[in-house]
Design a binder for this molecule. Structure first.
Ligand SMILES: [Mg+2]
Length: 406
């Protein structure tokens, strides 16, 4: 099997989302996805990595991952290049699963489970307005989730009040008001409903410590990114200030950044974003690394529908998964416009995908949407860096001398 063409598709309706389709000479098409600065990711795929893959065997996923990562890490590896790699990696796993006619989790080692508990991140789309309703009717929001069998949610009560001062000043009155929905849910349901607190990296350490201490009595499921995970020592100080576990973090890229937070004790819950941090290949490694530290992973979502399918494969295969993020507003609101089948959440659990590969594909005809931007690469080309490196090689006869040594 050979890769013949790489195609990216993005839509004006969702300007940060980008899909990649990897086509092969036997007709199998692999699907991947990532989110943020989509046109930059598009350039990374078509100008750098895609032409390198054309003509090669899609089965050699790890080899391709290493090649692309090494082409990124010489310039710092956390940008659009890594998101491009993440999307391509998912597409290659999708091809492998389809070729072997089994879901990816079966190839990763088989199911350690066939469903995973989800919590709902409060979103707003179409008829579902959880993210707004929680401020006026928090008990109703929690009740409607519990009615669906979903036992927890993620809420970002302090984001808004951090904005004016970039997290540098925290007014107690505003914090009390921000935590009111949280308190009302606790008063109504006690500890029968879990709530995670996400800070989206808005606060400095001093204020993050005040927030975790103020929230101690509310017993959140975790605190996530109250401060940006730039400094594992600062995060460790935050963890030491609270009994609540600290979850870190969608902003950490690859096992190499996650490692520092695990080893220092700053992370009690490891939260990789699969479509940012290196795809299925890398999140499997991050989960194994976390397992070695006796830590769980809780994969991050809020990206797009393909991420949920890819994370579902990890959630079924890896034993140390705690829970999966889920956004019912996006799931029911627009995922079904772009992919089929949609994933299944039943009684508060994300069910194992059943189709071969990652378990879904783009709906037919969406490439023709008026707001679609489609770019195609179908010619093999080596990255410029490879030819540049050759300038530092010794002359041909000396190269042969080296080759004869082994
Ligand atoms: Mg988050």
């Amino acid at each position: 099997m050979k890769i013949t063409q790489i195609e990216t598709i993005r839509f004006g309706q969702f300007p940060d989302l980008i899909f990649v389709q990897v086509h092969t000479d036997n007709g199998i098409i692999g699907l991947g996805e990532t989110w943020y600065a989509a046109s930059t990711v598009e350039a990374a795929i078509h100008d750098h990595f895609g032409p390198l893959l054309i003509g090669r065997d899609p089965s050699d996923i790890e080899a391709h991952w290493q090649t692309i990562f090494r082409l990124s890490d010489h310039a710092g590896y956390g940008g659009a290049e890594l998101r491009a790699l993440s999307a391509l990696d998912v597409a290659l796993w999708d091809i492998k699963g389809q070729a072997l006619k089994m879901p990816v989790f079966e190839i990763l080692g088989g199911g350690t489970r066939h469903r995973i508990r989800v919590y709902n991140t409060l979103g707003v789309y179409g008829d579902i307005t959880d993210g707004h309703d929680v401020w006026r009717k928090p008990v109703d929001v929690a009740k409607s989730l519990m009615d669906e069998g979903i036992g927890g949610m993620k809420f970002s009560p302090t984001d808004f009040i951090a904005r004016a001062s970039d997290g540098n000043i925290l007014f107690k009155k505003q914090l009390d008001r921000a935590l009111q929905p949280f308190r009302e849910i606790r008063d109504a349901f006690g500890m029968n409903f879990e709530i995670a607190n996400d800070g989206h990296a808005k606060w400095n350490l001093a204020n993050a410590i005040r927030i975790v201490q103020e929230m101690e009595e509310l017993q959140p499921m975790w605190h996530e990114e109250l401060l940006s995970p730039l400094n594992e020592e600062a995060h460790l100080r935050l963890q030491q200030a609270t009994k609540t576990p600290i979850a870190v973090a969608e902003r950490l890229m690859t096992r190499y950044q996650h490692r520092r937070f695990m080893e220092s004790g700053a992370a009690r819950i490891v939260m990789p974003d699969l479509t940012w941090t290196g795809g299925i290949s890398e999140v499997k490694k991050i989960a194994e690394l976390a397992s070695g530290h006796q830590l769980p992973i809780a994969p991050h979502d809020c990206v797009g529908p393909v991420n949920m399918f890819a994370c579902a494969q990890i959630c079924m295969a890896m034993p140390n998964v705690m829970i999966m993020e889920y956004n019912r507003a996006m799931h029911r609101g627009w995922y079904g416009d772009l992919i089929e089948p949609n994933f299944v959440v039943k009684d508060g659990f994300l069910m194992a995908p059943t189709e071969p590969g990652i378990g879904t594909h783009l709906k037919s005809g969406i490439r023709e949407r008026a707001d679609a931007t489609v770019r195609v690469s179908n010619e093999a080309r080596e990255p410029w860096l490879f030819s540049r490196e050759r300038y530092t090689y010794p002359p041909k006869d000396i190269q042969q001398e080296f080759e004869q040594m082994v």
